[in-house]
Design a protein around this ligand. Sequence first.
Ligand code: GRG
Length: 294
Amino acid sequence: MNFKEQYNSTKVKVEKELLYFIEKKKEKKQDIIYQAMEYSLNAGGKRFRPVLHLETIRLLGGNPEDYMDSACALEYIHTYSLLHDDLPAMDNDDFRRGVPTNHKVFGEDIAILAGDGLLNTAFEILLQKTVDSRDEAVAEGSLYISRKAGTEGMIGGQVVDVISDGKQIDMGTLEYIHERKTAALIEAAIVSAAIMMKCRPEERQALEVYASKLGLAFQIADDILDVEGSFEELGKPIGSDAENQKLTFASYYGLDKAKEKLQQVVEEAIHALSVFDKKDFFVELTKYTATRRS
Ligand code: GRG
């Protein structure tokens, strides 16, 4: 299988399992919350974080089928973050993944609760896995995900982003925001798999470096796409960074330099994979991250 086939095959497997965790708990009286959660989960997306999690398991010799639950938990966390990020109190966006945002369809009150429901379900899935496996490594991997999704990670990045709104920030602050807001969950997907697989310390160290470089590459590509992409490709309006006068890698460096910086980070990420023999998928994935159009 080439890179694209493998990525798509793993993505399809994730999508088959994704709704299982809420399907079993549906209650008629509050059906609307499940409709809202399903709406955002079903809206598409690259499923980048669950694919990273499962492919890291495979890289380390494990069976991805055994980690479908933790992979789905990561997509639940990611989906909640997008849903809350789109709310009127945050970015006030009308479109996400090519369809109207959750609050546009279900109203702000249900959208907030749907985000909460997604986040809570994610930790329910991770705790259930921990209880069922009685494996300390699963508990530690889940703890890592909770830290990276929380105030030390994604929420923390979002906080600094929100309080920086309308202010001039420096590159150091921009990096602080992106290391947390975007890269932290990408790191969580990869490193939690390494922890759950009880890999060797040098492998874990390599994956930590790789994951943070990949997260940075993902963000630089995102900034470039906000200038060069289209609504059809991204499923949301482009140019929002410029419109909101946000400092981005593209506005700070200019497009050409941002692309050079992206290339440099991609090379550093690939270099970090040197300790692995079967690294082809991740080498291709890193290149794809930089050239992606959606
Ligand atoms: C509300 C706590 C909280 C956090 C929100 C993720 C996030 C933090 C904000 C989203 C803002 C944004 C567009 C960040 C750029 C990188 C990013 C996370 C893009 C969206 O992820 P993709 O491209 O989306 O993986 P799909 O739809 O493919 O899953």
